[in-house]
Design a protein around this ligand. Structure first.
Ligand code: ATP
Ligand code: MG
Length: 465
């Protein structure tokens, strides 16, 4: 049986990182946009600083909420996404438009805080699971060995009447032999029988109660409550590898203290929660919305108390939102931040503008980020034995074309690169493993030939998302 340590190690928490380190981490994924990265890094660090002050002072210091403004496809959401991955701060990304859409009419904005709490609970639970994992694994192994020994046809019974000591030694030796085989994965398919608890006991078992005699009733009551307490146990036969998964979960649940988890989670939401409000420009403006839309001003008024600091009820208890950090983002090409109601504007003291991306940025975006498009396609096609190679001037040519299409059509920023790449590599992607030779070199010529038609044609519709 393979070791189950597949859970990823938690990355270093945002709170331990200096602003410079946060920016450096963002640099690995987002090209340019230094002003935005810096603002985010400072806001995060200030929170850590605040927490070191005495309570009275700390209470007074409001988070420095941020608005990121900039055209579409320049990395606003990408920065948020990367922060979320780095953070051991609970992080929620939500579109402000969620609260205006049909079907969400009046959708209560407090739900974002509740969602954040759920995220925090999951996060802390994962951390605790990681802490107990080793212990759980040891317990699990012992339990599997018990089951394996029990399943053997002719084992000398433990504590058998005659010659008990010797038998015990033999059982021990056998156990160790099995342990070795188990660790080598040789017993994965062996069938064992174990008690499986159905969690949680469903209220359906209430049916038992109808038309039963007193005795029966007492009996099924006992059953029912036993079932409630620990889930009804059933014997099941299954392969060792499946049993291991099941037992591992049971052991982990036993070892993790959920009350502690929720306490830490709530605390973390209040002290270091981050809510990323995307598409905030879409709720800017004061006029009433049309039809069943909630008016945009109405949404702003709903959001305001949460940003200002209020108490929200969740299923784990009340949460204060005073120190949750809000990062808002929007393209703001029609509405301006000044179209937001003044109270809300005042709660977002930091504004950063994201810059348009040019040819040089595109070259870097194609090559540098850890998840760069080129790396993605090389990896994808690599699964079918193709070796994809890009000449430097080919990359330059792609960037140049992307810029040109952005200028002559709609400017969709770096998203253009995605659409161009699909067109560029459609033949290669289509042929996949059938393609010969296996090495595919993308030259500037190839790029021009492949994309010439599209870049020049007036019909750019294929390239507009
Ligand atoms: N500065 C950048 N560095 C690296 N990749 C980027 C950058 N800007 C955009 N991208 C890429 O382009 C795609 C779109 O970017 P993103 O989602 O951040 O756009 P946005 O600024 O939020 O736009 P919108 O206003 O339309 O929501 C992302 O998948 C990302 O990979
Ligand atoms: Mg976005």
């Amino acid at each position: 049986m393979a070791k189950t340590s597949q859970r990823k190690k938690q990355p270093r928490g945002l709170d331990e990182m200096s602003p410079r380190e946060i920016v450096a981490e963002l640099d690995r994924y987002v090209v340019g946009q230094q002003a935005a990265k810096k603002a985010v890094a400072i806001a995060l660090r200030n929170r850590v600083r605040r927490r070191q002050l005495d309570e009275e002072m700390a209470e007074e210091i409001a988070p420095k909420n941020i608005i990121m403004m900039g055209p579409t496809g320049v990395g606003k959401t990408e920065i948020a996404r990367r922060l979320a991955r780095m953070a051991n701060s609970p992080f929620l990304k939500i579109e402000a438009t969620k609260f205006t859409e049909i079907g969400y009419v009046g959708r209560d904005v407090e739900s974002m805080v509740r969602d954040l709490v759920e995220i925090a609970v999951d996060m802390v639970r994962e951390e605790k699971l990681l802490e107990v994992e080793e212990k759980a694994e040891l317990n699990m192994e012992e339990r599997i060995l018990d089951l394996l020994l029990a399943a053997l046809p002719h084992i000398p019974g433990e504590g058998a009447a005659t010659d008990g000591g010797k038998d015990l030694a033999r059982v021990e030796a056998l156990r160790e032999k099995l342990r070795k085989q188990l660790r080598d994965g040789k017993l994965d398919k062996r069938i064992v029988e174990l008690d499986v608890h159905e969690h949680p006991a469903s209220p359906v078992s209430m049916q038992f109660f109808e038309g039963a005699s007193i005795e029966e009733l007492q009996y099924s009551m006992r059953d029912f409550f036993a079932g409630m307490m620990e889930g009804k146990a059933k014997k099941r036969r299954m392969a060792v590898e499946d049993a291991a998964d099941y037992i591992m979960q049971e052991e982990e649940q036993k070892l993790v203290d959920m009350e502690q988890v929720t306490r830490i989670a709530m605390d973390r939401v209040e002290e270091s929660g981050i809510i990323f409000l995307d598409e905030i420009d879409k709720i800017a403006g004061r006029e009433a919305g049309h039809g069943p839309d909630v008016s945009r001003e109405g949404v702003q008024r709903d959001i305001l108390p949460i940003v200002e600091g209020t108490t929200v009820g969740t299923r784990y208890g009340m949460v204060r939102t005073d120190h949750i950090l809000f990062i808002a983002a929007g393209a703001f090409h029609i509405a301006k931040p000044t179209d937001l109601i003044p109270e809300l504007q005042g709660r977002f003291p930091i504004r950063v503008e994201m810059t348009d991306l040019g040819e040089n940025d595109f070259v870097r975006i194609l090559k540098e980020p850890k998840n760069a498009l080129i790396k993605q396609y090389v990896a994808l096609l690599g699964t079918e034995g193709l070796k994809l190679k890009f000449d430097d001037d080919a990359v330059r040519e792609i960037a140049r074309l992307a810029c040109r299409v952005n200028e002559s059509g709609e400017n969709i920023g770096a998203r253009r690169l995605h659409t161009i790449f699909e067109a560029l590599l459609d033949d290669v992607s289509f042929e996949g493993r059938q393609r010969k030779p296996k090495t595919v070199r993308i030259t500037a010529d190839y790029v021009r030939k492949k994309l010439e038609g599209v870049a020049q044609s007036k019909d750019l519709s294929r390239f507009i998302l």
